[in-house]
Design a protein around this ligand. Structure first.
Ligand code: UDX
Length: 438
């Protein structure tokens, strides 16, 4: 199939390359020429494991091209909208400027048999509105919604072999049939492998995405709330998570208590969901998400407080090594990153923070040039009065406490991800502080 993908960010670039890998002929469209040049060379413009290999492999087949000219979308039969929907400034709502602009620019390029497919995470009701806009324009094209569930760090795998597919289709039978047929062809490989498929209406498909993210955020904040209780009772939240996680109805995944969730999706999606529910007169239905957000933000306060305690209440001018800047390992994304937020807050307290990360330094430096970035772990750790680990990259997670003890000035460690074995650190002479662990 000939496919266009509008928007080549974390989502679109991987989707475009994956579609080409699966045998389709794909053009990726974006407004950023630097990004496009990199992609065309087979250089991923951001860190995503497996993406460079995928780009090179797709490029060799000649099936993957990139352009800043929307006219290049002409001739494709399926057009994926994969642009960002960030949080609006000064509001919880999602900013749909890029989605609306992408659709408007695409309209003149559409042919009667085309299918426009929304992938971006949008407030429920958007697909219906955009379908009307597409119909009104009179090209004969139809619209379908196909939410994306990929996780950064596993985006290539999630795109090539998704764990489920959701097709949100038009209420008009003819448009629905055309949308479904096109999407079945696009995802023929995954469907042949028995990937679960839910064929539904626009609203359900839009809600599937935001409710999945709301559920995941709730699961994380639930265990973080238990960590708060553990902190005042002497209980151990990691053991608690293991014990409740053995119940298959609960499950252990996403019960990792720590500094909390961040990234380009979970925080803004729960806020956007609250804003949309409010507009729909159902604010109370998801009012609990405000609490989920608040619990999550309190965890950052807790980590900062742990650091202050480790410095005997006198953080000014003390040297603190912050290990991690990305919102999670295997990513260079620092959007709403708890790790970066902790570093910035410590800096605000007058701490001499030395921050490091295997992949995210460049992105962090762009937003917070005031931080002291160290390229190597040793450089960040040297002479530190306290060490705070906030992104569980393997190189931080598997640190040998005895080996690094010689580098620091004081053996104070704050485990922002509950990744360490407290006994091992204590045995090596460290004062260990975790989140919800004695
Ligand atoms: C998320 C959804 O998982 C994905 O399906 C959706 O398409 C986009 O949003 P992503 O943002 O890539 O994906 O990251 P995810 O792996 O979900 O982690 C989100 C945040 O939660 C990270 O900051 C992570 O560190 C944190 N987290 C995750 C925890 O704090 N504890 C956990 O147990 C799990």
């Amino acid at each position: 199939m000939r496919i266009s993908v509008i928007g080549c960010g974390y989502l679109g670039a991987v989707h475009a390359a994956a579609m080409a890998e699966l045998g389709h002929e794909v053009v990726g469209i974006d407004v950023d020429p630097v990004k496009l040049d990199a992609l065309a060379r087979g250089d991923a413009p951001f860190f995503e494991p497996g993406l460079p290999e995928l780009l090179i492999s797709a490029r060799k087949t000649g099936r993957l091209t990139f352009s800043s000219d929307i006219a290049q979308a002409r001739g494709a039969q399926v057009h994926f909208i994969a642009v960002g929907t960030p949080q609006k400034r000064g509001s919880y709502a999602a900013d749909l400027t890029y989605v609306d602009a992408a659709v408007e620019q695409l309209l003149p390029q559409l042919s009667p048999n085309d299918v426009v497919v929304g992938k971006s995470t949008v407030p429920v009701g958007t697909a219906g509105r955009l379908a009307e806009r597409v119909a009104e324009h009179g090209s004969g094209a139809v619209l379908a919604w196909n939410p994306e569930f990929l996780r950064e760090g596993f985006a290539v795998k999630d795109s090539l072999t998704p764990d489920r597919l959701v097709f949100g289709l038009s209420p008009e039978p003819d448009a629905a049939a055309r949308g479904e047929q096109a999407l079945r062809e696009v995802y023929a490989t995954a469907l042949a492998d028995d990937t679960p498929l839910v064929v539904t209406d626009y609203a359900t498909s839009e809600l599937v995405k935001v409710s999945a993210n709301a559920f995941l955020a709730t699961k994380i904040s639930f265990i973080n709330a238990m960590a708060e209780i553990a902190e005042v009772t002497g209980a151990d939240v990691t053991q608690l998570a293991d014990a409740i996680g053995f119940d298959v109805r609960i499950g252990r995944r996403f019960l990792g208590a720590g500094v909390g969730f961040g990234g380009g999706c979970l925080p803004k999606d729960i806020r956007g969901f609250m804003a949309r529910a409010e507009e729909l007169g159902r604010g109370e239905s998801v009012a609990f998400l405000k609490e989920i957000d608040a619990i999550n933000m309190r965890r950052r306060d807790r980590v900062v407080q742990h650091v202050i305690d480790a410095l005997d209440g006198e953080p000014y001018n003390k040297r603190v090594a912050v290990l991690g800047l990305a919102f999670k390992p295997h990513s260079d994304d620092v959007r709403d990153s708890p790790a970066l937020d902790v570093a910035v807050r410590l800096k605000g307290l007058g701490v001499d923070v030395r921050v490091t990360d295997p992949e995210a330094i460049e992105n962090a430096r762009r937003i917070h040039p005031q931080l002291d970035y160290r390229e190597t772990l040793d450089d960040a750790l040297r002479d530190a009065d306290a060490v705070v680990m906030v992104t569980e990259w393997d190189e931080y997670r598997y640190l040998d406490p005895a080996e690094v003890a010689g580098l620091v000035a004081n053996r104070q460690v704050i485990d922002g991800r509950n990744s360490y074995d407290p006994a091992a650190w204590r045995a090596a002479g460290w004062t260990y502080r975790g989140l919800g662990r004695p």
